[in-house]
Write a protein of this length. Structure first.
Ligand SMILES: Nc1ncnc2c1ncn2[C@@H]1O[C@H](COP(=O)(O)OP(=O)(O)O)[C@@H](O)[C@H]1O
Ligand SMILES: [Mg+2]
Length: 391
């Protein structure tokens, strides 16, 4: 047997340890396919902050796996490399009194209290206490949080250093976290302070706030992130091969990836990673490589679907999922209720459960669709409700 330390075991022509693709939640891909408009919005925010101006707040929305977390992480990297201070929060419905969010905010923003001019800035709630920064209560956790953001913005203005605040999964805490944050951002923008807010969440995130017509949503731009079209997929696959090893990728390969992944970014990364590991020629990725990669990706995706299925609550939600699969994976709710012979009202708790668990979403009023391409086919093929999947 060969010693793998002396003779690396490789199946393909490219070094697997140099594989640039990043399948996995929240991982920054080597190239963002099809996201030029989304990245342009973020760049605008970063550019304004580096000039000391107040940018608009941006909310990226999309189903799980389209690249929201990765996009925020990438923009933070870019912001830091331009000298901005970055603060990252993840909304959590368990953090109702905002303890965790406030602690992160203060920890990551603490540097501003040492910044130039900081001692001249009148602060509403922040203060130094035995070496670290605390926020005095402003009455409620929300009010305290809102003022703390305002204080950080004032310090940023005094120091002449822009701050980028990113918040992921905002749908988890719209009332508790998002509202005070947007109110604070609205105020700091009026004062032209250099604090920028990039948010992300599921497709319906903040929709009630927009519906209520709150003034602080006026300056909140919505950017919807969807599945990649063929050009987007081609960019995400081709650019890393070209940049890293100067390899070309055949059109047939791009067709196979687009067909197999449905343009779902997480699957596109899986495809890219498998193509890299299996490519037989270091200068050109061919259809035969795509066939081999397809087998590997298929196994990973099946395992992922089994895992998703286990998240389907039993009872009506199961019947709802199977019916939606039979209807092709996207349908009018009225078609679903007719097929199940149930009223909207009777089905609505089950609908909410599958949406809350990220299995389905509403691509339009009164419509329901699975969030991941291929899931409907998988349900029809394996009939997991009839025991097709080992529990
Ligand atoms: N535009 C893109 N092109 C290709 N791959 C992407 C793109 N955006 C994200 N990805 C990849 O998709 C996967 C899911 O990204 P993630 O940020 O976790 O999604 P979300 O936060 O929306 O659930 C990751 O592997 C990431 O590298
Ligand atoms: Mg995410």
């Amino acid at each position: 047997m060969a010693n793998p330390f002396e003779q690396p075991v490789t199946t393909g022509a490219l070094d697997p340890t140099a594989n640039p693709f990043r399948p996995g939640m929240g991982r920054v891909p080597p190239d963002f396919g099809g996201r030029e408009p989304a990245l342009r919005r973020a760049k605008h925010v970063v550019d304004q902050l580096t000039r000391g101006q107040a940018p608009p707040a941006v909310l990226y929305r999309g189903v799980r796996g389209v690249g929201k977390t990765a996009l925020l992480a990438y923009v933070r990297q870019q912001a830091r490399s331009r000298g901005l201070l970055t603060i990252h929060l993840e909304a959590d419905r368990g953090d109702a009194d905002l303890t965790a969010s406030r602690e992160t905010l203060l920890r990551d923003g603490a540097a501003l209290l040492d910044g130039p001019g900081s001692t001249e800035v009148p602060l509403a709630v922040l203060e130094r206490r035995s070496g670290h920064v605390v926020a005095r209560s402003a009455g409620s956790p929300q009010a305290t949080f809102e003022r703390a953001v305002g204080d950080l913005a004032a310090l940023a203005g005094a120091a002449g250093r822009g701050v980028l605040l990113t918040v992921d999964e905002v749908h988890e805490a719209e009332e508790t976290l998002l509202k005070p944050l947007l109110r604070a951002a609205h105020r700091t923008a009026q004062d032209d302070l250099p604090i920028g807010v990039l948010l992300s969440g599921l497709p319906a995130a903040a929709e009630t706030l927009f519906d209520e017509g709150q003034t602080y949503t006026e300056r909140l731009e919505r950017v919807e992130l969807g599945l990649l079209d063929r050009d987007g997929t081609a960019e995400a696959i081709r650019s890393p091969f070209a940049r890293e090893v100067g390899a070309e990728v055949d059109e047939f390969v791009i067709d196979a990836v687009q067909d197999g992944s449905g343009g779902y970014p997480w699957f596109v990364q899986l495809w890219g990673a498998a193509l890299w590991d299996l490519a037989g020629d270091p200068t050109r990725v061919r259809l035969e490589d795509a066939r081999a990669a397809g087998v590997e990706v298929h196994e990973r995706v099946e395992a992922f679907f089994v895992d998703r299925w286990r998240r389907v609550p039993s009872g009506r939600a199961t019947r709802l999922v199977v019916t939606l699969a039979e209807l092709g994976g996207e349908a009018e709710m009225s078609e679903v209720t007719t097929a199940l012979d149930l009223t909207h009202q009777a089905l609505s708790p089950a609908r909410r459960e599958v949406v809350d668990r990220g299995l389905a979403w509403a691509p339009g009023r009164g419509r329901l669709a699975f969030t991941v391409p291929g899931f409907a086919d998988w349900v029809r093929r394996t009939r997991p409700d009839e025991g097709g999947v080992p529990g």
